[in-house]
Design a protein around this ligand. Structure first.
Ligand code: UDX
Ligand code: ADP
Length: 481
């Protein structure tokens, strides 16, 4: 099998961009072209100043600087790139359906299908097609059917190569992956050759023992299951956090004790305001939908609970703010620090902040938002997408600030919704001094030092610990002493 010399990636998003940048860096002899129908996005990837590329990902600008216009190109000429490529990665968006059959559960495969039809109509040489987007099990079969029945008679091999990178650490995850998974048709000679062609690319920097090859459906299902297990851990510890708040146990201490059991492990046990991101909810919903479609109702119900718990955690956090502020937040300024679904990304898909803001606006609060990386218009479009109220109403009730101290000025309460490092080093005494008293601080990420915040005078609420204020601490200390 000859070595691949030309790759095209359809979709210049959070997955396609960083993945192709790393392939281009590690395989200088391969020409990699990333295409997208969104011309603004492509223009941003081609911005002279690499700090202005459309996604914020630590370490990515440096790689882009090194490889862009060397062997990595960003373009809107989709057909041309398809024709030139020997291997095509499909990395388009696959959100949850918002209409019709499977609404709110199944993945919307309309972009994948359009992509497949486009490849079929313009390809004039044999191609290896690689699924990169997160997809329900058996999507490869759909792709194969469209490609072979609508194509020009050229041959297509379909591989599944799910992406396990997490945003914020994408470059590290791509450079040193725990494993690379490649699913393909192992029964067929051409299928095996296609698998080997992709293995050869990853072998340039990933030890062979970490490259797993499986059948296509195992590969697709492994991706959904990995995300379902990770999300389940977060929901499990979040379920325990509520119990901790009632009993006086501390969720951080519980997580620490659990994590030291080598069978359990310490990762993904940080209790939070709820998980977000483009994958967890979508993948679990996919899993649930697939299970239901096979009549496996207990399986579906089991995984559905992970989402039920997550929705509960987000609502509980917002309700706790309202309850603590004497049961009304109407007309009160409440500041949300962080809008992204986690730190070190400007991605806001399914971010807990969106639900919390919506809940508090329904309670007639005036919301102030500061996030170091998320653009103002993105915040409004996230809120608008819930269709709870008009865009004008959202803009009246929520204001976005570019300075965190201005955002916190005259607030009745602050809620930390993303674990950005910079929040830890703020001058919290200065923030306390310019707030309305009592000054409430709700730490949705257990980021700040409880004792320090209590000493400054805040009424401090973290996740999974009993509510505390400075006064309560003094009484307790006296008792113990
Ligand atoms: C996830 C998977 O980790 C990755 O392998 C897959 O390819 C895509 O989906 P991502 O969504 O980028 O990655 O972020 P991740 O780090 O998994 O976090 C998801 C959400 O869970 C975030 O909102 C995060 O804040 C939250 N989380 C994570 C917790 O609340 N507690 C934890 O302990 C860990
Ligand atoms: P992900 O997180 O999976 O990378 P994104 O939404 O960030 O998802 O990126 C997907 C990209 O795919 C978007 O920029 C979108 O414009 C692009 N896209 C969707 N359909 C097509 C298509 N048929 N041809 C080219 N690009 C497409």
């Amino acid at each position: 099998m000859k070595k691949i010399k030309s790759i095209c990636c359809i979709g210049a998003g959070y997955v396609g961009g960083p993945t192709m940048a790393v392939i281009a860096q590690k395989c200088p002899e391969i020409t990699v072209t990333v295409v997208d129908i969104n011309d603004k996005r492509i223009a941003a990837w081609n911005e002279k100043n690499v700090e202005n590329i459309p996604i914020y990902e630590p370490g990515l600008p440096e790689i882009i600087k090194e490889v862009r216009n060397r062997n990595l190109f960003f373009s809107t000429s989709v057909n041309e790139a398809i024709q030139r490529a020997e291997m095509i990665f499909i990395s388009v968006n696959t959100p949850t359906k918002t209409y019709g059959l499977g609404k709110g559960m199944a993945a919307d495969l309309k972009w994948i299908e359009l992509c497949a039809r486009q490849i079929a109509s313009v390809a004039n040489t044999d191609k290896i097609i690689v699924e990169k987007s997160t997809l329900p099990v058996r999507t490869a079969a759909t792709l194969k059917s469209i490609l072979t029945t609508t194509g020009n008679g050229v041959k297509f091999q379909i591989l599944s190569n799910p992406e396990f990178l997490a945003e914020g650490t994408a470059i590290r995850d791509l450079l040193c992956p725990d494993r690379v998974l490649i699913g393909g048709d192992q029964e067929d000679r051409e299928g095996r050759e296609a698998i080997q062609a992709l293995v050869d690319i990853y072998r340039e920097w990933v030890p062979e023992t970490r490259i797993l090859t499986t059948n296509v459906w195992s590969s697709e299902l492994s991706k959904l299951t990995a995300n379902a297990f990770l999300a389940q851990r977060v929901s499990s510890i979040n379920a325990i956090s509520e119990l901790c708040e009632k009993t006086g146990a501390n969720v951080g201490e519980v997580a620490n004790a659990l994590g030291m059991d080598s069978r359990i492990g310490s990762k993904f046990l940080n209790s939070s305001v709820g998980f977000g991101g483009s994958c967890f909810q979508k993948d679990i919903l996919n899993l649930v939908y697939i299970a239901k479609s096979y009549g496996l109702h207990e399986v579906a119900h089991y995984w559905e609970q992970v989402i039920v718990m997550n929705d509960h955690q987000k609502r509980r956090f917002a309700a706790n703010i309202t309850r603590s502020l004497y049961n009304t937040v109407a007309g009160k300024k409440i500041t949300l620090l962080g809008w992204a679904f986690k730190k070190d990304t400007n991605d806001t898909r399914e971010s807990a902040a969106i639900s919390v803001a919506d809940y508090l606006i329904n309670e007639q609060a005036d919301i102030a938002v500061y996030d170091p990386r998320v653009e103002t218009e993105k915040i409004y479009s996230d809120l608008d997408s819930l269709e709870t109220r008009t865009d004008l109403e959202n803009r009246t009730k929520l204001k976005v600030f570019s300075d965190p101290y201005e955002a916190c000025k005259d607030a009745h309460a602050i809620a930390i919704l993303t674990e950005w490092d910079e929040f830890k080093s703020y001058d919290w005494a200065r923030i306390y001094n310019c707030m309305i008293k009592p000054a409430f601080l709700f730490d949705g990420r257990n980021l700040l030092d409880t004792q320090k915040m209590l000493n400054l005078g805040f009424v401090f609420r973290s996740i999974g610990a009993e509510p505390r204020s400075a006064k309560v601490v003094k009484i307790r200390t006296a008792k113990v002493g």
